[in-house]
Each structure stands twice: as C-alpha cells, then as structure tokens.
Design a protein around this ligand. Sequence first.
Ligand code: FES
Length: 177
Amino acid sequence: MDDDATGPGAQDGGSDRRAFLNRSSTIVMCGGLAAGYGTLGFQVGKFLYPADAGKAVWQFVCTLDRLDVGESLPFTMPSGAQVVVARQSEGDAAESFVALSSICPHLGCQVHWEAVNDRFFCPCHNGAFDANGKATLGPPAKAKQELTRFPLQVQGNLLLIAVPLDSITVTPSEGTA
Ligand code: FES
C-alpha cells in the first residue's frame, strides 16, 4: 500500500504541518504581544488623561434666603465629605457665598464657622482659617494650609454647589450591596 507514514509523501505532509504550526504559533505570539502592549497603552492613557478629571455636577444646597450674612449651614457631599456653606456678604451673586471643606487639613478634625470672629476654627490644635479658608493661626498656618474650596453657582433663587464627579462614582462592590 502507498499510505506508508514514513514515505516521501509523509515527509512533505510533516514539513507542511511544522510550517503551519510555526506560522500559527507566530501569529498567536504576535497577537499576545499586541494585546499586552495595547492593554499597557490603555492603562497609561487612562492614567495620563483620566476621563472625568475636573468634571463636576451642580447640586442644590439651599434657597438664597435660607442664609443671612454671617450664617452658615453644613452640607454633606454624596461622598460623605462635610462642607460648610456660608454667606459672607449681601447680594445674590455666588460670590456672596463660600463653600469650604469642614475637614481641617492639619490632622482632619472638624472645623466650624465662628461668625463673631469671622473665621473657621479648629478646636484640636487651635487652628483658624479666614473666611476664604486660608489658615491664619496654629499648625495649619505654619504649614500654609487652606480649607478645600468648592465652586458655587446661583440659578434664580437657588444656591448650587459643584460636586466632583469622581466623588459620586459608585464602585461595583457598592452597587451590589
Ligand atoms: S487638626 Fe486642626 S489644627 Fe490640628
């Protein structure tokens, strides 16, 4: 019979199979490298150009008549971060109000607005901040720290605060609780 596996025809078939396997493994290897470098490039791109960096949404705080000059109210961001919103002057422009983080940048204690002293005060180490959040006393002043400030906007009779988008991102584990 002619179907001898060791004949010359079988050798041609064997070298064809080897060539096919070589080409296949080369293609698979190149595909793997391309996928690997593609993933690496994607991750580097996400790091260098985050999609939502600096983006925010506007959220209702209160009506303008809710705050008289010198008054403040606490506001909780969707992330749980505590903010103090205060009216600093007459007028219905956003500049008449200020929204500052109520977390002291020194060691994280809660600051509160002292209308009588026109300042934010941190009782932990007697830190104080002016009405714009700049440290004026205590360890935060020595370190030239400031309270984080959040942009405000007025629409009609409504005071709105800018909420950073990344602070309201829900992770899969939070969403499936
Ligand atoms: S934590 Fe506020 S002054 Fe130290």
